[in-house]
Design a protein around this ligand. Structure first.
Ligand code: ARG
Length: 590
């Protein structure tokens, strides 16, 4: 088959990156031609993916044309002529269902997947909607000396996904970690460190040691109110820039960041910028306070400054303490302004738990009240709680505990199948990667606003819609080329006998591969990783269904065997791309 007939251009369609767009245009053209004054552009927006067994569906009522729907449908059907794009149309109530010509579909989709995944880096699924635009994505943002809880883990996982997603859409992304490295608790730790601190322990594991000191000094503070007074005085010195009071703190921060960087790397997560509450300057915090005062929104309670946002149902909030020290809210206000000054972003996303909806609402509101023209470029991507995540020894408080537990639980699970276990080359690495995949998939499987109950059993299972199942699907596809070397190398795309790919199960895979660029676009619109997870499972189920019938090994016709292998290689590449988008490292062996 030669190349497909040319089609008109439609705004928003990118056939060079998403070849199914051509099929949508072909459908839009037919309908527009049959139903003037409809335009192709208008119809194009109404060409949807069909339900099971249908490629594309158009709901006629959405165009609000005069006349009965049956008559409109009839006009389209009467004029319909099959061509290389579209094979048939069926009228069903208010809908028209279209079927693409299988031979064109297979060739067009696989050729595109092949061409675009073989670029370095692979660009299949990417788009250019963000070209020339800059986004700051702030995520993870744990507190030094406090525990890294599952809320931080969710922020890390979702934030890493958004970072990949925006990059795949052409945005310049600044991945930012806003550490909780400032506040009265550092006065407390400083006081505690004098009593319980150990340089040795600090060097060994700063995160753990600081946490231990914090827990101990908190106990002391409960018993003796003087401890809190000393802590507040210490923090005041820090805010005033007293170098003596800051010396230890600097070391704590640096060592904690170093340790975090290692752990993030294991999670396949990277930041361009480690900032933190400590880095926010005083200037804008002062200006904010002054401006709100002019607006009549500030009241003085015992020397503390309070902003009243009741009018917007956002409550009242302290902006400055009695002793003049800043707080979380004020630092976020000042921080946002500084970030705009520095980066002139087109968008800034905060990936923070829905438990902080009020806090984010408050500081977004303050920035709007201050009339910053960019204030509406801030977006809060929130998420629900994770219930019941603890290690077998008790509650997890550190990220490395969670990572180690994931690896060891997975390792045990793999050991249960002795024969298979023996064939695993590097069980340590494999169980870590598969374990992390399990955590990530479980975390991203449902709408992010939902709470979910964490389960090690579900996470480590190879059955059902789990991370291990996905890794297994990828490994199995990868092994296909290893196990059939006699079919390699595959000929160039134009010489592959794609016409031999006719089985419904194979076609299903092809069509799903074609939809991937739209999966990415939808995720960008919704900020939901769950759509990508759902896609991954649909694709791996489709592959699984084809595996026994659309075989490579045992297919006597070599041309056919090669065409099938090509299909599976393309499927592997798209599966891998979608996994990477979720920050998962696809495994080649297991
Ligand atoms: N460190 C905060 C916490 O653990 C999260 C920071 C969220 N980001 C922000 N800009 N407030 O609760």
């Amino acid at each position: 088959m030669s190349s497909l007939p040319s089609l008109p251009e439609v705004p928003g369609a990118e056939p060079n990156r998403a070849v199914l767009d051509s099929f949508k245009i072909a459908i839009a053209k037919r309908i527009a031609d049959a139903l003037p004054p409809l335009t192709i552009d208008k119809v194009y927006a109404g060409v949807d993916y069909g339900k099971k067994g249908v490629d594309f569906t158009v709901a006629l009522p959405r165009f609000r044309l005069p006349g009965k729907v049956d008559e409109l449908a009839k006009a389209v059907i009467d004029q319909f002529q099959a061509d290389d794009y579209i094979e048939s149309v069926v009228h069903d109530k208010a809908f028209l269902h279209f079927t693409c010509r299988t031979s064109s579909l297979v060739r067009a989709v696989l050729t595109q997947v092949h061409t675009l995944t073989n670029q370095e880096p692979s660009v299949y699924g990417t788009n250019t909607t963000g070209q020339g635009k800059k986004v700051i994505i702030e995520y993870s943002s744990p507190n030094i000396a406090k525990s890294f809880h599952v809320g931080h883990l969710r922020s890390t996982i979702i934030g890493a996904f958004l970072t990949n997603l925006y990059r795949a859409s052409g945005w310049e992304v600044i991945a930012m970690n806003y550490l909780g490295d400032w506040g009265t608790q550092f006065g407390l730790i400083a006081v505690g460190f004098e009593k319980y601190g150990s340089q040795e322990e600090l060097q060994k594991d700063a995160i753990k040691h600081l946490y231990d000191v914090y827990v101990k000094v908190n106990k002391d503070a409960e018993a003796d109110p003087q401890v809190k007074v000393d802590a507040a005085a210490w923090f005041k010195r820090m805010e005033d820039g007293d170098e003596d009071a800051l010396k230890n703190w600097r070391v704590w921060r640096e060592l904690s960041v170093k340790k975090y960087e290692e752990e993030y790397a294991r999670l396949n997560v990277h930041f361009d910028n480690y900032t933190g509450e400590s880095k926010v300057g005083k200037k804008w915090q002062d200006i904010a306070l002054q401006r709100l005062d002019e607006l009549g929104l500030i009241s003085d309670v015992d020397g503390a400054k309070l902003v009243d946002l009741e009018k917007w149902k956002l409550g009242k909030a302290v902006l400055r303490k009695k002793d003049g020290t800043s707080i979380y809210l004020t630092r976020d206000i000042g921080g946002a302004i500084e970030r705009y000054e520095q980066y002139k972003f087109d968008k800034m996303i905060y990936v923070v738990s829905s438990q902080q909806d009020l806090h984010l609402g408050q500081f977004f509101k303050v920035l709007r009240l201050m009339e910053f023209p960019w204030a509406d470029k801030l977006e809060h991507v929130n998420y629900g709680l994770v219930l019941g995540m603890s290690t077998r020894k008790g509650t997890a408080v550190f990220l490395d505990q969670i990572i180690r537990e994931a690896a060891s639980v997975m390792h045990e699970q793999m050991r249960r199948n002795e024969e298979k276990y023996a064939s695993i080359e590097d069980p340590e690495y494999t169980s870590l990667e598969v374990g992390l995949t399990g955590i990530k998939i479980q975390d991203m499987a449902a709408k992010r606003i939902n709470n979910y109950t964490f389960s090690w059993d579900r996470m480590t299972s190879f059955e059902g819609d789990t991370g291990p199942y996905l890794q297994y699907a990828h490994v199995r596809l990868t092994s296909l080329t290893r196990k059939n070397p006699e079919l390699l190398p595959l000929p160039p795309p134009t010489e592959i006998a794609t016409d031999t790919i006719t089985e419904p199960a194979a076609r299903e895979i092809v069509f799903l591969l074609g939809t991937y660029p739209d999966v990415v676009k939808t995720a960008l619109r919704t900020h939901e990783p769950s759509g990508v997870v759902t896609y991954l499972f649909r694709l791996s189920h489709a592959i699984s269904s084809a595996w026994e019938t659309v075989v490579v090994k045992g297919e006597a016709d070599v041309d056919k065997a090669r065409a099938r292998m090509w299909l599976y290689v393309c499927a592997r590449d798209v599966l891998g791309a979608a996994m990477r988008l979720l920050s998962i490292r696809p495994l080649e062996r297991m």
